[in-house]
Design a protein around this ligand. Structure first.
Ligand SMILES: CCCCCCCC/C=C\CCCCCCCCCCCCCCCC(=O)SCCNC(=O)CCNC(=O)[C@H](O)C(C)(C)COP(=O)(O)OP(=O)(O)OC[C@H]1O[C@@H](n2cnc3c(N)ncnc32)[C@H](O)[C@@H]1OP(=O)(O)O
Ligand SMILES: Cc1cc2nc3c(=O)[nH]c(=O)nc-3n(C[C@H](O)[C@H](O)[C@H](O)COP(=O)(O)OP(=O)(O)OC[C@H]3O[C@@H](n4cnc5c(N)ncnc54)[C@H](O)[C@@H]3O)c2cc1C
Length: 664
């Protein structure tokens, strides 16, 4: 059966050109070709083999990761890969490693918060990996509450140094990736103290280990925090613990773009907003949104292909049983996730644009769009990672029992992905930031401040409060303007209701705490509106390719109408739609699922995932699932011997005892 395409019939059903869709998914022909080339390069390299990682012990896994990271760096240099290509190589290597934090947070923190001189001093070393850095912010006692960090950096006038100290157990740095065993340096967040005055949290570059023998420097206690969820998953990363015992660093190792400490010990705050100290988090959050579409697309690809291969029930007179993808329940669970993967892709593209735009403005000292960038990255990070994490687990269930096998790829994908709901900001904490932004925008409406960007719709408050959907037929729900208005009215009414309830509290902070659950629902509605709008805006662009735009229109409608169906309570209680209009949306949704059905396999082929990257027997491109599952089972180390270790020691005596008892 080797080489046979079990999904060929499915591929023949497609009503669009899959090669054109691959380009839309990748973002451009250039991005597609680059991604395709690098994914094949990684798949064909034996060092990047990954089908054995879930059976490795922690030490072997960690060593295996170091080997892969070193090999990746070697290949990047040998092949002269540029930044975009190198990042793709890391993606397809598909194993979290210390390099993620070095390139993803340490280097960006220096770029974003360091002065020109500091960048000139540190970036050449970091760019050649002559030093390896991590991002040491979170402590044992505080993660979300960054202002509550306890590590201190006290200025010593005499020596022109800062003294880094961990005054309590809870001030121990705890979690930073790459810290435990590998990093030589860290950007450490600590409270700046000058002459007993606390100036709040600032970033400092600290050397942790000797560049000669890799041993911790004097005054530094450092190690790994231990095993995490799952077998391999995130255990390839050395998340670490770090304590400082009065460790001295030169004054010029405080990152001084936002504020400076002079030789005289004077604290100077420049015109740059203090929130720029949080800038690295904004950068990484927009990457995480893009990654959410990738993670979800992998799970959906596996579940869709397997659902077309798997058959249960329905055989008549010896005919084939029904493909499980033909069950309407399977479609209603799977196709909204397929649509979400595409939706998050386009939201991620837009967010990347927004981030680039805000960065250019910051260079020109225009800080006006920073709050919008913070709210959008925080909100979309929260929304997309929550849906992707839940979606991966749903895909496992969609694959029945076989989905629970490691060889399905889904348990590993789930275990490695779920911390995305926590790291880089707990998802609830981030939605509360969005809620604060919305409440602020509403409070400024009366003073004539027109909301801009993603909150512009709040400026049409009167109109949206009057809005009643005019849908009379199921097809009306296919009109983009009908959908956007309904989502805008729902989001605006939920936020305005929160604002009205908040105004009843004499202390707004008490009100915010009391109403927090409602506030995060309003923030979620706002974020869903952003994703729906960005999908619709994408469709207003010129999208070439036979049938490609039509398929995307179907997916866009599924994404929006599925959300409407799921959150029908919001739409009804805010009076945006009637129960009848809700039923019509559901009727339209069913019809859309039928339209996706013949295109489902081609729509997941468009992700262009190699079998290596998917790492799943259920999701194999050729659909040759059963023989390969059978073959794989025999590779398990437990099957190396017929009689397992421990049998003679622990089981045989019991059996022998039974025999003796029987003879007596
Ligand atoms: C193998 C070889 C490979 C080689 C490759 C080579 C080439 C590669 C090249 C380049 C690419 C590299 C990419 C690599 C890919 C890797 C990707 C990264 C993977 C990531 C892995 C995971 C890492 C996880 C790391 C972490 O978790 S770090 C820790 C994160 N911590 C948090 O997120 C904490 C959450 N808490 C907070 O953010 C804040 O404390 C808070 C909740 C916002 C509250 O803050 P505060 O107390 O100050 O609150 P407020 O009073 O509410 O706010 C004050 C005002 O500030 C505003 N605000 C808040 N935050 C921000 C912000 N971030 N930006 C702007 N403004 C902000 C807020 O709105 C308030 O404003 P106001 O106007 O109302 O006053
Ligand atoms: C795999 C992984 C990698 C990480 N890598 C790094 C790294 O490289 N560098 C680094 O510095 N950190 C890192 N972290 C730490 C991470 O950023 C924090 O764990 C994260 O920001 C959440 O903070 P916390 O752990 O303090 O959660 P907590 O804030 O303690 O959250 C616990 C619960 O309290 C709730 N909660 C907290 N505050 C509020 C509130 N105001 N209102 C309502 N509910 C609230 C949360 O929703 C959550 O349910 C990593 C974490 C993980 C899991």
């Amino acid at each position: 059966m080797e080489g046979v395409d079990h999904l060929a019939d499915e591929r023949n059903k497609a009503q669009f050109d899959v090669s054109d869709m691959k380009i839309v998914w990748a973002g451009s022909r250039h991005a597609y070709e680059l991604s395709d080339r690098i994914s094949r390069l990684v798949a064909s390299d034996p060092v990047f083999k990954k089908d054995n990682v879930s059976t490795l012990g922690r030490k072997e896994l960690f060593k295996n990761t170091l080997k892969k990271a070193a090999h990746a760096w070697k290949r990047i240099n040998e092949l002269g890969l540029n930044e975009e290509e190198a990042l793709k190589l890391r993606t397809f290597m598909d194993q979290p490693s210390f390099t993620d934090l070095h390139w993803g947070m340490f280097v960006p923190a220096i770029k974003g918060q360091g002065t020109d001189e500091q960048q000139q001093q540190w970036l050449p070393l970091a760019n050649k990996m002559q030093i390896i850095g991590c991002y040491a912010q979170t402590e044992l006692g505080h993660g979300s509450n960054v202002q509550g960090l306890e590590t201190t950096a006290t200025f010593d006038h005499k020596t022109d140094e800062f003294v880094l100290n961990s005054p309590t157990l809870t001030s121990s740095k705890w979690w930073p990736g790459g810290l435990g065993k590998i990093s030589t340096h860290a950007v450490v967040y600590a409270r700046l103290i000058i002459d007993d005055k606390d100036y709040g949290v600032h970033g400092f570059i600290a050397q942790l280990r000797s560049l000669n023998d890799h041993l911790p420097l004097p005054g530094i206690t450092i190690g790994d925090i231990g095993m995490k969820f799952g077998s391999a998953a995130y255990n390839s990363m050395d998340n670490g613990v770090l304590r400082f015992d009065h460790v001295r660093i030169p004054r010029n190792q405080m990152l001084m773009r936002v504020s400076q400490v002079t030789r005289e010990g004077k604290y100077v705050h420049s015109s740059v907003p203090r929130q720029l100290v949080y800038g690295t988090m904004v950068y990484v959050r927009q990457i995480i949104v893009f990654d959410a579409s990738v993670a979800l697309s992998r799970a959906v690809c596996i579940a869709t292909r397997y659902s077309a291969v798997r058959r249960q029930f329905g055989s008549q007179n010896g005919s084939h049983e029904t493909q499980v993808i033909d069950y309407k329940t399977q479609q209603a669970r799977l196709f909204p996730l397929l649509a979400s993967a595409y939706a998050f892709r386009f939201a991620g593209e837009w967010l990347k644009w927004l981030y680039t735009d805000v960065t250019e403005r910051l260079q020109a000292k225009d800080f006006s769009t920073l709050p919008e960038a913070h709210a959008c990255t925080a909100g979309l990070k929260s929304l997309t990672t929550s849906v992707a994490a839940d979606g991966i687990e749903e895909c496992r269930k969609l694959c029945g029992g076989h989905g629970y096998l490691s060889s399905s790829g889904l348990p590993e994908l789930f275990a490695v992905y779920i911390p995305a709901c926590t790291y880089e900001g707990d998802n609830v904490v981030l939605l509360l930031q969005v809620a604060r932004y919305l409440m602020k925008a509403i409070s400024q409406l009366n003073s004539g401040n027109k909301p801009v960007g993603t909150t512009a719709y709040l400026g049409r408050k009167e109109q949206l409060m009057q809005y009643r959907s005019d849908v009379v037929r199921a097809e009306d729900w296919l009109k983009p303007s009908v959908v956007v208005e309904a989502f805008e009215a729902r989001a605006a009414r939920m936020s305005l209701a929160c604002a009205q309830n908040l105004s009843k509290f004499s202390n707004p902070e008490d009100g915010f705490q009391e109403l927090a659950a409602d506030l995060i629902e309003a923030a979620t509605a706002h974020c869903q509106l952003i994703v729906v709008s960005k999908f619709i805006e994408k469709l207003q662009q010129d999208i070439p390719g036979n049938g490609v735009k039509q398929q995307l229109q179907v997916l866009c409608s599924i994404y929006a109408l599925f959300l409407l169906h799921k959150h029908i309570g919001d739409f009804l209680t805010t009076g945006c739609i009637t129960p009848k209009q809700g039923s019509l949306a559901n009727e339209q949704l069913r019809s859309l699922y039928s339209q996706v059905r013949p295109n489902a396999i081609a729509l997941v082929d468009a992700f262009n995932h190699t079998d290596h990257y998917l790492g799943s027997i259920l999701g194999r491109y050729d659909g040759n699932v059963y023989p390969k599952l059978y073959e794989e089972a025999w590779k398990d180390p437990l099957n190396d011997t017929v009689i397992p270790d421990g049998f003679h020691e622990y089981v045989e005596p019991l059996l022998k005892q039974q025999l003796r008892n029987a003879r007596l």
